[in-house]
Design a protein around this ligand. Structure first.
Ligand code: SAH
Length: 402
């Protein structure tokens, strides 16, 4: 059976020549062979040359490109894709085994690993797969097969966490669950990972995203280095990664706030795992804005603001920028003189410049003198394809407020 094909309008192959990994529906002149949701399709330029092979999907992003040298995918496509992704994490020093200080990393970061639509996080033996496209959802069996071959005995299980991310309109049978469990899986500490020597629970079954926010790994390390003696407010704390980093860095007190009770429960589990110096920690299930507004001025001199994506699509960008501005303005108003704020945005549609402008406006509103100490981003196991700058989603600033 021949593969369905997509024919591009004249001149629309130029983005492919620049390795952009998406083809938008507006670039398509015609479709042959009635491609189904998630089907592998060959893409032809108007002169009839095959320029790519990818996953087809109904919608504005019509093809997510897997190979720029179609037609078809090589037999070892999945194995090679994962091998290359693994080699990069090895280079980053992240694949040092179960006794290493860090035992969890992102193995596949979608477009950043030339596998658009696929995320794989590796949690000390358990791979959590998340499909963001119909094609990746349908390729799960091949992906599991390649993961088993890649890791051998170091793979205890593969969990599918796609129900919330794969396109529901594609009519797929979306249900989270295990795709593979090895005989060695049933050990009790299977959910515990380590990051920079600190143990954490990664809860891929009940937790948010794939279970743990690996993208903040290096930023947590930096916070720990700046926390000695500090009075810390960790807003939008989830399972308390920044709180653990601050306490182990010698913070005098840490108050952690999240609106999700499940997140706070996880945070308590994480605190119980640590061996920390004597400390003062409180966790609050509360709205971060409200908590911040009602906190006494000068109570904290180190704050973390790591809200969820305020804008999930371009239409919501303006209100998201307003929200970043408001949040940062209140934080700058409350923080003690000489305090430090770690402020983040993980909205893909808000770029670095937009975010810096929102923070600048916040500083102006607060009337404080503010300096930028660090510009932060996502950890390097979340690489950004240079031809796909949209992948540069996590932005952070470390601010010194006089
Ligand atoms: N800093 C965390 C990740 C934060 S993710 C880490 O390092 O792991 C964003 C968190 O914000 C989620 O846990 C979500 O439950 C929480 N959240 C969303 N809206 C909130 C609100 N209005 N007030 C407090 N927490 C909120």
């Amino acid at each position: 059976m021949s593969r369905p094909a997509i024919y591009l309008k004249k001149g629309r192959e130029s983005s492919i020549q620049r390795f952009h990994p998406w083809i938008f529906s507006g670039a398509i002149a015609q479709k042959r062979g009635a491609p189904a949701e998630g089907a592998v399709v060959d893409v032809y330029a108007s002169d009839g040359t095959c320029v790519a092979t990818g996953h087809y999907q109904e919608g504005s992003i019509a093809v997510r490109i897997l190979s720029f040298s179609g037609p078809g995918l090589p037999n070892d496509f999945w194995m090679e894709g994962l091998r290359k992704a693994y080699a990069l994490r090895e280079r980053l020093g992240l694949c040092l085994g179960r006794n290493a200080p860090t035992t969890a990393y992102r193995l596949v970061h979608g477009e950043g690993d030339h596998l658009p639509g696929l995320v794989v996080d590796y949690y000390q033996g358990v791979a959590v797969v998340q499909a963001h496209s119909a094609g990746m959802f349908l390729a799960r069996a091949e992906i599991v097969h390649a993961l088993k071959e890649l890791y051998g005995n170091d793979l205890l299980a593969v969990y599918d966490k796609s129900a919330g991310t794969a396109p529901y309109k594609a009519g797929l049978d979306l249900q989270d669950g295990y795709l593979y469990k090895s005989d060695a899986y049933n050990q009790t500490d299977v959910h515990t990972i380590r990051e920079h020597g600190h143990p954490y629970v990664a809860d891929w079954e009940q937790g948010q995203k794939t279970g743990f926010f690996l993208d903040q790994r290096e930023n947590r390390l930096l916070l720990g280095q700046m926390a000695r003696g500090a009075r810390v407010l960790n807003l939008f704390c989830y399972s308390g990664g920044f709180s653990v980093a601050a306490l182990s860095g010698g913070a005098a007190l840490v108050h952690s706030v999240d609106s999700s009770q499940r997140a706070i429960d996880l945070l308590h589990q994480n605190m119980a795992l640590q061996t920390l110096p004597a400390h003062d920690h409180e966790a609050h299930t509360a709205d971060a804005f409200e908590f911040l507004k009602s906190s006494p001025k000068g109570m904290y001199n180190l704050m973390v603001l790591d809200p969820p994506a305020f804008a999930k699509h371009t239409g919501a960008k303006k209100s998201a920028l307003q929200a970043y501005k408001r949040l940062n303005a209140v934080a700058m108003d409350r923080i003690a003189p000489g305090g430090t704020i770690f402020t983040f945005s993980c909205s893909q549609v808000v770029d670095k410049t937009d975010f810096a402008l929102a923070v600048f406006s916040a500083a102006a509103i607060s009337g404080r003198r503010v300096r930028i100490l660090h510009r932060l981003g996502q950890a390097p196991d979340h690489p950004v394809n240079i031809y796909h700058p949209e992948g540069d989603y996590l932005k952070g600033l470390v601010l010194y407020v006089e």
